[in-house]
Design a protein around this ligand. Sequence first.
Ligand SMILES: Cc1cc2nc3c(=O)[nH]c(=O)nc-3n(C[C@H](O)[C@H](O)[C@H](O)COP(=O)(O)OP(=O)(O)OC[C@H]3O[C@@H](n4cnc5c(N)ncnc54)[C@H](O)[C@@H]3O)c2cc1C
Ligand code: FES
Ligand code: FES
Length: 486
Amino acid sequence: MTQTSNTVRFVLDGAIVKVGSQHFNTTVLDYLREHLHRTGTKEGCAEGDCGACVVLIGELNTDGSAITYAGVNSCLQLVPTLDGKSVKTVESLQRANGQLHPVQQAMAESHGTQCGFCTPGIVMSLTGLLQTVSHPTRNQINDALSGNLCRCTGYKPIIDATLKASEAPAEQLLLDDRADLKLLQQLRQARKLPAVLRSVQGQTFFAPTSVAALADYLLQHPQATLLAGSTEIGLQVNKNFAHPQDIVYLGQVSELRTIEDDAKHWRIGAQVSLTSVLELVNDAYPDFAEVLRRFGSPPIRSTATLAGNIANGSPIGDSMPCLLALGATLLLRRGETTRTLDLGEFYTGQKKNALQGGEFIEAIQLPKPGPGKVFRAHKVSKRFEQDISATCCAMTYQLVGGKFTQVRLAYNGLAPSPCRAPKLEALIEGRTPDAVSAAELDQAIAASFTARDGLRASWQYRSLLARNLVLQFVEEATTPAMETAQ
Ligand SMILES: Cc1cc2nc3c(=O)[nH]c(=O)nc-3n(C[C@H](O)[C@H](O)[C@H](O)COP(=O)(O)OP(=O)(O)OC[C@H]3O[C@@H](n4cnc5c(N)ncnc54)[C@H](O)[C@@H]3O)c2cc1C
Ligand code: FES
Ligand code: FES
């Protein structure tokens, strides 16, 4: 890393904003409110749950011809991650002639707001939806709102307002970003050097632009904190008052943002968002897509990554049971050396993993569906959306001659890390569905896991879920429609 830029630049409503190293770990929310006086964006929970802070982040598409927007929780994002991007806040929406955005107008006319605290975040989530889906269904609107909490109004007037707004002409619904587009093109042209911010206290934020530079930096700074979608790190900064000394941001490494494939696998780069993973698996593994649809909310999924979920290693991490059942492997890199590791061998304890100093996850290799292979998964949580698992169970198998074969079964929430359940797999393997009994599953669960009550669920409840989810998958495997549909 010989030459770097000490300033981060982003575009806000037709102007370039320059940020210096003192804002090394300021959140986007704080920067908008305290330095740019964009106080329409609110702070509710400061932990990604309420959506009062949602803004749209724009990025130039690959050929530089248009801006693609994603709603994000600005309370979780650090301001240096905005380098080369654009931001739209609720103040950006009103046109120069005073005309409100159709979503704002419809919210007012349909009584979609009372105290108004949630309203800017809701307006931004809905405006984001209407940038890509011109006539959303109620389900799409519900999904778009799943990360926005309103304690006063009730959602019906808000949904009605969205349906009304979607009838407006496209030129009113789409953001007027012609000035931003030109500036983003200029920034892309000018950006030859990776950004590095160094605070006077000696903290560093480094945003390499190639995997090689990232690998090299980590080899020299193995203590550095990797930052991907920031939905865990942002929480640590806000809630635990963590001050990482040395941050390496993966978001500017274009190689890590791609999904490649061969005949048998997808190779999902470490910086690919969960939104993109959901789209990828939607047809191939609908149950996996459903687990991801219930993962956080759209503004969480627009930045959060699979690699971040895996590396964070929460015992109740949701993607891992699916990935374990599907036989995913990790491509790990340290310096110029890469190795492949089965995800089942990655965890060495609670929140402990097999990464060596300076090593990182470069990609996740996910097997594609094979002939006769069935994948099932289901997440159980107290709330349907925006909630963390009591447990999530995932299973793959084939039915050959009416008997289960190649069974892989995995859970979260039952052990210090998400894991497979070999005793249950062995119990099911080679049997017909009607030969699998609840009592035997209960015995195998008791023999596989240590009974522990957790904050989110008692052991009694979790072990019952663990059995019933498998029973459901097994019983549904008996229906011919299921067998032929897969
Ligand atoms: C409101 C909210 C809702 C959530 N809902 C869910 C949910 O439903 N289910 C669930 O499982 N989780 C949930 N989470 C947790 C979080 O969103 C996920 O764990 C997410 O996948 C983390 O990814 P990230 O890219 O944001 O990680 P980051 O915050 O950027 O990083 C997380 C950790 O991974 C490390 N890391 C990141 N990338 C790499 C890499 N390539 N190699 C090695 N280490 C790396 C970082 O150093 C850090 O330790 C939620 C979080 C919030 C705030
Ligand atoms: S302030 Fe609640 S999600 Fe950001
Ligand atoms: S209008 Fe008060 S929280 Fe939504």
